[in-house]
Design a protein around this ligand. Structure first.
Ligand code: CUA
Length: 179
């Protein structure tokens, strides 16, 4: 049998493309355009992409904002109960300032996330449900406000999913959602 690695006989390079191949190329090109449009459209029309306003803020100012929030929040054994719908979280090597927090199920919250030093990842998942995880980037110099609502009561883990230094793997936090 001929090896498929051998060049075919004759001037195969100049041969006309088979009509069926042209059709398939057209179909795949069209489908690629559909998928691309879908992707672009879904960021506007779908509701799974967390979007929200982002503001420039120096790490020092953001640290002060989180400190002011912590002053106002009610301290409980399970964590801070936010005084309003605003929840502040400050990422730093290697922890989450403002966590743990205690939230109400079914309530809509505005999560303010920002970093005091380097880039971190704000990754949230409930208990052991690895398959249902949300991941957001936390950047220094920016305060990102993301609206979130949790329907299932329980403990939600917050882990850093952006390598930020030797203690990256220890950067854990949590919040409780109660009924
Ligand atoms: Cu913070 Cu990794």
């Amino acid at each position: 049998m001929r090896s498929p690695l051998d060049s075919p006989d004759g001037d195969w390079w100049s041969e006309k493309v088979n009509r069926r191949e042209t059709i398939w190329l057209g179909i795949s090109g069209g489908w690629a355009a559909v998928l691309f449009g879908w992707m672009a459209g879904w960021t506007q029309l779908g509701d799974q992409n967390p979007t929200g306003p982002t503001e420039r803020v120096t790490p020092e100012d953001y640290r002060e904002k989180v400190a002011a929030y912590k002053e106002e929040a009610e301290e409980t054994d399970d964590g801070l109960v936010p005084p309003s719908e605003d929840v502040f979280v400050g990422a730093m090597r290697y922890g989450w300032d403002g966590l743990p927090a205690v939230l109400e199920a079914g309530e809509s919250y505005k999560f303010h996330i920002g970093s005091y030093d380097v880039q971190h990842g704000f990754s949230v998942r409930k208990g052991d449900t690895l398959s249902k995880q949300m991941s957001l980037q936390v950047l220094p110099e920016y305060e990102w406000v993301v609206e979130m609502e949790f329907d299932d009561p329980g403990t939600y883990h917050v882990v850093c999913n952006e390598f930020c230094g030797v203690g990256h793997r220890t950067m854990h936090g949590a919040f409780t959602v109660r009924e």
